[in-house]
Design a protein around this ligand. Structure first.
Ligand SMILES: [Zn+2]
Ligand SMILES: [Zn+2]
Length: 244
């Protein structure tokens, strides 16, 4: 099984999980062309995608889904309330609703509770976890992490940069709330307490204005561990991680 990070950040999110010939995109915030180009740079062919799973109705996650799903003629897997919130912007697509765990060919996908300002979820697929867009670490995230080998985890903002940054106060409060995003310290703390066994951590969804790759690295280096991690790029594909 392998996880490829295609796009990450408030300007578009997308990753690919592949296992035994099944390829599934999780969110698609970039255009068809950009997604195809980035996948090709990682040696992946977008035409092999079997389905697209949407976490929540924010544009940085769904923007590319309609065009990609129509071009590839693949279904879109989405919770009912998430679909209701963005059906117009998705346009005509072959929708499959999920509630609990579901299967796309031989990939079993389990939604995981996150805490965001709209209906949202993370995912566990085999021994991979995808946890982005959550204002706090949820009980379910803590519950499943011992069984995982690698996670894609949001590390959205540096607390000082957010507080001293250009955003209006209400937006700062939303981001820092329990229904906003995880800070670098939140992500570091979660990994420190619960993720020491992980063989890889992708630190994802960095804010443009309130974070930098250097700040994320600083936080993770200060954990004094030999924790393997990668800071996901806001500008290009990040890479592929394989589990044997
Ligand atoms: Zn997002
Ligand atoms: Zn969001």
């Amino acid at each position: 099984m392998e996880l490829s990070v295609i796009a990450s950040g408030s300007n578009g999110n997308c990753c690919l999980i592949r296992s035994n010939g099944t390829s599934v995109l999780f969110d698609a915030g970039k255009s068809f062309g950009e997604t195809a180009r980035r996948m090709a740079a990682l040696g992946k062919d977008i035409r092999n995608v079997d389905g697209i799973v949407l976490s929540h109705a924010h544009g940085d996650h769904y923007q590319g889904i309609g065009p990609i799903a129509r071009r590839l003629r693949v279904p879109v897997y989405v919770r009912q309330e998430v679909y209701s919130a963005c059906r117009k912007r998705l346009g005509p697509v072959d929708v499959r609703h999920f509630d609990g765990s579901f299967r796309i060919r031989d990939l079993m996908i389990t939604p995981i509770e996150t805490a965001h300002d709209v209906a949202s979820c993370g995912f566990v697929v085999g021994r991979f976890g995808i946890f982005t867009d959550t204002g706090c670490v949820t009980a379910q995230m803590r519950e499943v992490i011992p069984d995982l080998d690698a996670v894609l985890l949001e590390s959205n903002y540096d607390e000082e940069m957010l507080m001293n940054g250009p955003y209006p106060r209400h937006l700062k409060e939303r981001i820092a709330s329990d229904f906003g995003h995880l800070s670098n310290d939140d992500a570091g703390d979660f990994i420190c307490r619960h993720g020491r066994h992980l063989s890889m951590v992708f630190l994802a969804h960095l804010s443009e204005k309130n974070n930098s790759a250097e700040k994320v690295k600083e936080t993770f280096e200060s954990l004094n561990s030999d924790q393997p991690y990668v800071v996901c790029s806001r500008f290009r594909e990040t890479g592929t991680y394989r589990l044997d």
